[in-house]
Write a protein that binds this ligand. Structure first.
Ligand SMILES: Cc1cc2nc3c(=O)[nH]c(=O)nc-3n(C[C@H](O)[C@H](O)[C@H](O)COP(=O)(O)OP(=O)(O)OC[C@H]3O[C@@H](n4cnc5c(N)ncnc54)[C@H](O)[C@@H]3O)c2cc1C
Length: 463
């Protein structure tokens, strides 16, 4: 009898626990569908253009700060209806990360927070009427407008880059790179006779964090995941080059960590060439400045970023290289009610005297999102004296080189190796917005200890 009661209690506890877990993974939206007011009906309409790190943070923070108020409505307008969790995008190349988990559902997350969402591409702003016009000709009114349109690759006018290289600026780009590797291995496995070196040579240009991580993921893809599927091709015939114009890779990191990263790349048979500039890219080679070339049909460009060119059509003051000009409170110069943040904004780093701008990173965009949300609310409430200056507080940098090695610098503490890789995973896992993505990524990582990912070339992504 006693055992039966205990068993019943344990079962009851298990059911309750599972119910709580289900609720935590599927939070309820702030408004039931029938009680959600229309965005246009709110007294203060805050329109956020862009649903990435900056835009998403602004919208959700504003919703959180106005939870008990009914006078502030938030609408997010973005080209994509998913939120790209950029730090995990290089992992898509090797298939260590499932693309569905880094492209998280934006609409669902925003609705749950209490905001509205429309998928639309911004075209222009009618400043007189205070409306944003989309490419489809739809107008969205605003009292406050936040612009966070992100960045795009910068090709610096180098001939052939745009035409012949793959970029790394979307989940689709990462899938394209993986498909290219598989395509080349399939081609080579069909070839009788001599295979040109250029087919199996991959050149990553730019050795910042994205370039280093991409080169390393290429190594993992070829040597760990694909090599057993292509027993007729010696994986060591695949050559990976990482080229960088500056004297060092990962220039923003401490020299000790740079050395650790370089040793790791060397062990992965990745040829690192610093102080090397690409002068031209053709269909089958990278021509180097000062002579010499690398025969390759596979170039990946990660060497430069610039603000999204869409900002040039918005009638706002723009500094071409760094973005929309804002003051220390993130207000666009001479445009009351308009704010700009993230990679498309030129935000001065007030900690530095030489007028340097804040670097285009997710952590900067998130911090700016918090500040702009508070500043908009202070402006709505007529508390102009409470406006907060934006002071960038860099937390550090984490760079993963394969699933079992990372180089990390967190609040001045530097560490590298396998423990650093575990830290990398934990730090980013908790930062994923969607509880479902968190659970799925964690499950994938645990499973990967026992199972290799299934790597296939899905044709849904154009080559
Ligand atoms: C591969 C990669 C890895 C990275 N890893 C890291 C990292 O580990 N740590 C780190 O701190 N930073 C990292 N970054 C940089 C970081 O991702 C950016 O700095 C950050 O995303 C900037 O936030 P944002 O809001 O300005 O832009 P994004 O997050 O890029 O968001 C831009 C938004 O604008 C929308 N949009 C674009 N054009 C239009 C349009 N015309 N109309 C409407 N909407 C539009 C997009 O749909 C998107 O919602 C990485 C970047 C890349 C490319």
């Amino acid at each position: 009898m006693n055992g039966l009661v205990k068993g019943g209690l344990a079962l009851g506890g298990l059911v309750l626990g599972l119910g709580a877990l289900r609720r935590a993974l599927n939070p309820r939206p702030r408004y039931a569908p029938w009680e959600k007011p229309r965005y246009e009906e709110f007294e203060n309409k805050v329109l956020v253009v862009g649903g990435g790190f900056g835009g998403y943070t602004t919208a959700t923070k504003l919703c959180q700060l106005t939870r008990k108020r009914e006078d502030v409505g938030v609408l997010v307008l973005a080209r994509d209806n998913f939120f790209t969790f950029w730090p995990m995008v290089p992992g898509v190349v090797s298939s260590d990360i499932d693309p569905r988990n880094v492209a998280q559902p934006l609409r669902r997350a925003l609705i749950q927070a209490g905001a509205s969402f429309r998928r639309a591409e911004v075209k222009s702003i009618d400043h007189e009427r205070k409306v944003v016009q989309s490419r489809g000709g739809i107008e969205f009114p605003y009292d406050h407008l936040v612009i966070s349109l992100g960045g795009q690759p910068n090709f610096f006018g180098i001939p052939g880059v745009e035409e012949y290289s793959l970029t790394m600026k979307s989940v689709g780009d990462a899938e394209r790179i993986r498909n290219r590797v598989i395509e080349r291995l399939e081609e080579v496995s069909l070839t009788r006779g001599e295979v040109p070196e250029s087919k199996l040579t991959f050149v990553v240009i730019g050795a910042g964090a994205t370039g280093v991580e991409t080169a390393s993921e290429l190594h993992t893809l070829v040597h760990e995941h694909l090599a057993p599927d292509y027993p007729n091709i010696d994986a060591n015939r695949v050559r990976i080059f990482l080229i960088e114009g500056l004297p060092n890779i990962l220039p923003e990191l401490d020299p000790v960590l740079r050395r650790a990263a370089r040793t790791r790349l060397h062990n992965q048979r990745i040829a690192v060439m610093t102080e090397t500039l690409a002068e031209e890219i053709t269909a089958d080679c990278v021509k180097l400045k000062g002579g010499g070339d690398i025969a390759t049909e596979n170039v990946i460009w990660t060497a430069g970023n610039r603000p999204n060119v869409a900002i040039n059509d918005l009638g706002l003051p723009v500094e071409e290289r760094t973005g929309i000009k804002v003051d220390e409170f993130l207000r666009v110069e001479d445009h009351p009610g308009i704010w700009a943040i993230g990679d498309c904004a030129s935000v001065r780093d007030v900690r530095q005297e030489d007028g340097k701008v804040v670097p285009p990173t997710a952590q900067a965009a998130i911090q700016q999102g918090y500040v702009v949300a508070r500043n908009i609310l202070a402006t709505i409430d007529g508390r102009e004296d409470d406006l907060e200056r934006f002071v960038y507080k860099p937390i550090g940098q984490l760079v993963e080189l394969g699933s079992d090695f990372a180089v990390n610098e967190v609040m001045g503490v530097r560490f590298s190796g396998q423990l650093a890789a575990i830290f990398w995973r934990m730090a980013y896992l908790v930062r994923l917005n969607s509880p479902q993505s968190k659970a799925r990524v964690a499950a994938d990582w645990i499973l990967s200890l026992f199972l290799k990912p299934a790597v296939t070339q899905l044709r849904s992504v154009d080559e």
